[in-house]
Design a protein around this ligand. Structure first.
Ligand code: GLU
Length: 475
C-alpha cells in the first residue's frame, strides 16, 4: 500500500517550494491509489509559531486538494523517544555528555585525516560509566553510532536523481535526541515515517544528503527502508535558491491567491515547475495531471520561477490562469467572482443566471479573479474611469451626439434584447450616414469607459437596461 507524506515545519508561511512538494506528493498518491498524509513537523519549539501553522493550513486549504490523514509531531514525542531508546539499546547510538553543557548537537569535527572524531572518548565510553553518569542526572546528547572504518557505503536509488551513494566514513555521528530529550529532525522524522508506514518519501532536493542518515536510522530500527524521490529546487531568475528573506512575496502561496489566482491555476503552474507531461501540454486539469504524473517526468535541473522585484507574479502562471479562467465551467467560476465583488463592495445582480451571463461575457480577456472588480468595474458600479482611448472614440465623427441619441431611442423602446438593440443602432447609423462601427465603438466607450471589450451588443445586456440608457444619454 503506497503511503506518502508532506511534512511542513511551521516556521513561516507556506513556501512555493513546499506547496509544490505537497502537490507532487498528492498527485503521486492519487495516481497510484495511495494515501496522502499531512504531518506537521513542529518539534522545534523555538522556531515554531501558531501563526505560521495557521498560514500553512490557509495555503493548503486554498489549494483545495485535501489529504487523507493528519498528524502533529509534537503529540508523538513519546514514540520518537521510544524509538531512539530502541536504537540505543541495540548499540547503534551512544550518550555524548560533552556538548550537553553548550546545548549544541554538532560538536563533532573532522580530524586532519578527514575522519570524523567523536567528542573525546564519548563514542567509546563503556556502558556502565555511561549509565552511571545518566543516572546521576548528567545531561547528554544521544548520538547515532555511524559505522566507522568498515568501508561501508550507504546507497539508495532515487526516483528522480538515480543511484546515490555515500561512504559511511563521511557521515558524522549525528544527534538523535538533544540534551533536553527533544528529538532532532532526523529522529522524529524517521520514527514517524516508520510508524506511519510511509512507503515513498518525496521531498526537496535539499534533503538528499539527510537521506543517508535516515537510511541508517531505518536500518537500526529494523524497519523497511522507504523509497525516496527528491525534487529539484525552485530558483530565482538569477539562479539563487528562492528564499523568503531575499525574494519576498513571490515565495508565499498567499501572494498568488491574493492576486486573484484560481487554486487550480496555481496548481497547474507549480506542476510545470520541474515536471512535464513530455507532450507539450501546458494547460491541464487536475485529473489529467493526476492520470500521468510520474517521477520520469521530473527534470533534474532546478526550475526557474520568473518574477521581478516590481511584479512577483510569473508571466507563465498568469497566462495559464487566464486560460483556465476562460475555459472552466461558468458555474464554478461565478461563486469565486461573487466573493471578489463582495469584498470590493461592488454591486452585482442577485440573480445568479444574470451574473453568470455577465461573467461569461467579460471573462474573455481576463486573467485573474482580480480583473473582475478592477477591469470589470463598469459592470458592477456606476463610477468608473474613462480611458483616453475610449474618450477618443467618442470624439470621432460626432459619435458622442449619436450615442446620446441612441440612448434616447432605446429608452423609448420596450424591447431591450440584443437583436432589438442592434437593429436600433444600425437604423440610427444608416439615418445619419455613419458606419455602424462608429456608434458601436462610441457605445462601448460610453458604457464601459474602455476602448476594447466584449462584443458590443452583449455589452448592453450585461450592463442592463437602466444603466445602459443612463450612460448613453449622459455621455
Ligand atoms: N519538516 C521538514 C521540512 O520542512 C520535512 C522534510 C522531510 O520531508 O523529511 O523541510
Amino acid at each position: 500500500m503506497l503511503r506518502v507524506r508532506f511534512a511542513p515545519s511551521p516556521t513561516g508561511y507556506l513556501h512555493i517550494g513546499s506547496a509544490r512538494t505537497f502537490i507532487f506528493n498528492w498527485m503521486y498518491a492519487r495516481r497510484n491509489g495511495g494515501t496522502m498524509i499531512l504531518r506537521i513537523d513542529d518539534t522545534d519549539v523555538e522556531r515554531n509559531s501558531e501563526a505560521s501553522l495557521n498560514s500553512i493550513f490557509e495555503g493548503l486549504n486554498w489549494l483545495g486538494l485535501g489529504w487523507d490523514e493528519q498528524y502533529r509531531q509534537s503529540e508523538r514525542l513519546d514514540l520518537h523517544r521510544r524509538m531512539a531508546q530502541a536504537i540505543f539499546e541495540k548499540g547503534h547510538a551512544y550518550r555524548d555528555f560533552t556538548p550537553a553543557q553548550t546545548g549544541s548537537v554538532d560538536a563533532e569535527e573532522k580530524n586532519e585525516g578527514g575522519q570524523w572524531v567523536a567528542n573525546a572518548g564519548m563514542r567509546e565510553l563503556n556502558v556502565t560509566e555511561s549509565d552511571a553518569r545518566a543516572t546521576a542526572g548528567e545531561p547528554f546528547v544521544l548520538r547515532f553510532r555511524v559505522p566507522r572504518g568498515e568501508g561501508r557505503a550507504v546507497k539508495f536509488e532515487d526516483g528522480v536523481y538515480g543511484a546515490q551513494s555515500k561512504e559511511a566514513d563521511d557521515i558524522e555521528d549525528f544527534a538523535l535526541l538533544r540534551s533536553n530529550a527533544m528529538p532532532t529532525y532526523h529522529m522524529a522524522s524517521c520514527a514517524d515515517d516508520a510508524d506511519l508506514k510511509i512507503s515513498q518519501i518525496i521531498r526537496g532536493q535539499d534533503h538528499l544528503s539527510n537521506t543517508f542518515k535516515h537510511i541508517l536510522i531505518f536500518e537500526a530500527l529494523g524497519v523497511a527502508v522507504p523509497k525516496f524521490a527528491h525534487l529539484p529546487l525552485l530558483i530565482a531568475p538569477d539562479g539563487a535558491k528562492l528564499s523568503k528573506r531575499k525574494h519576498g512575496p513571490v515565495v508565499s502561496v498567499t501572494t498568488y491567491r491574493d492576486h486573484g489566482f484560481l487554486p487550480h491555476g496555481y496548481v497547474n503552474f507549480l506542476c510545470l515547475l520541474g515536471w512535464s507531461p513530455k507532450d507539450n501540454r501546458e494547460q491541464m486539469s487536475r485529473q489529467e495531471i493526476q492520470d500521468i504524473f510520474s517521477f520520469e517526468g521530473i527534470n533534474r535541473a532546478n526550475a526557474v520561477v520568473n518574477f521581478t522585484e516590481a511584479d512577483p507574479i510569473d508571466p507563465k502562471a498568469l497566462w495559464l490562469n487566464g486560460q483556465i479562467l476562460r475555459s472552466m465551467p461558468i458555474a464554478e467560476l461565478v461563486p469565486l467572482v461573487k466573493q471578489r465583488l463582495e469584498t470590493a463592495g461592488l454591486d452585482f445582480p442577485e440573480d445568479m443566471g444574470q451574473l453568470e451571463s455577465i461573467v461569461d461575457i467579460i471573462r474573455a480577456r481576463y486573467q485573474t479573479l482580480d480583473d473582475f472588480p478592477t477591469r470589470g468595474l463598469p459592470y458592477f458600479a456606476d463610477e468608473f474611469p474613462m480611458e483616453p482611448a475610449a474618450m477618443a472614440r467618442l470624439e470621432e465623427a460626432g459619435a458622442r451626439e449619436l450615442v446620446r441619441k441612441l440612448g434616447v431611442r432605446l429608452e423609448a423602446s420596450a424591447d431591450f434584447s440584443e437583436p432589438a438593440i442592434e437593429a436600433e443602432l444600425r437604423k440610427l447609423a444608416a439615418e445619419k450616414g455613419v458606419k455602424a462601427g462608429v456608434l458601436i465603438n462610441g457605445s462601448r466607450a460610453a458604457l464601459t469607459g474602455q476602448a476594447v471589450g466584449p462584443g458590443a451588443f452583449h455589452l448592453f445586456t450585461a450592463i442592463g437596461r437602466q444603466r445602459s440608457i443612463a450612460r448613453l444619454k449622459g455621455v
